[in-house]
Design a protein around this ligand. Structure first.
Ligand code: FES
Ligand code: FES
Length: 160
């Protein structure tokens, strides 16, 4: 066992873990942050997506030793107090959530996209989310939700 320091959703944690334990298992089993899901465990489905220093990563294939010293954002850290983040609001309002298993990963991949490209086209969105699999929605409502989230964030910036 080693000790690894990482910042998750703005809080610093000293984690005891084996070097190759995955970030996903640390988040879920040690920190009780169960938003990131284990779908495949092999980096293929995107259900475990979190942000590492702002980049979307598949936490099921990131060893904790590589996450140490970095900033992790999970879906639990996105809401603003009791208010949903605009991306979360857009997913709810556009009906882009059915079983919800893919949703935390979709939302964090969306955040990474909108942080680097605030006005994505439908094509940009489909490309950015192409490795996040959803078995329920057929993706059309997810694309609508991302476009709506971009609009909400744009309005928020204009008001600021
Ligand atoms: Fe990590 Fe599928 S659980 S990519
Ligand atoms: Fe069920 Fe996407 S809402 S997998």
């Amino acid at each position: 066992m080693e000790t690894y320091r990482l910042t998750v959703n703005g809080r610093i944690y000293d984690i005891q873990a084996m070097p190759n334990e995955t970030l996903l298992s640390v988040l879920r089993d040690q920190l009780d942050l169960t938003g990131a899901k284990c779908g495949c465990g092999t980096g293929d489905c995107g259900a475990c997506t979190v942000l590492l220093d702002g980049e979307a990563v598949r936490s099921c294939i990131v060893p904790i030793k590589d996450a140490a010293g970095h900033f992790v954002l999970t879906v639990e850290g996105l809401a603003r107090g009791s208010e949903l983040h605009p991306i979360q609001r857009a997913f709810v309002e556009c009906g882009a959530i059915q079983c919800g298993f893919c949703t935390p990963g979709m939302i964090l991949s969306t955040k990474a996209l909108l942080d680097r490209n605030p006005s994505p086209t439908e094509e940009d969105i489909r490309a950015a989310l192409s490795r996040n699999l959803c078995r329920c929605t057929g993706y059309a409502r997810i694309v609508s939700a991302v476009l709506f989230a971009a609009e909400l964030l744009r309005k928020e910036r204009e008001r600021a």
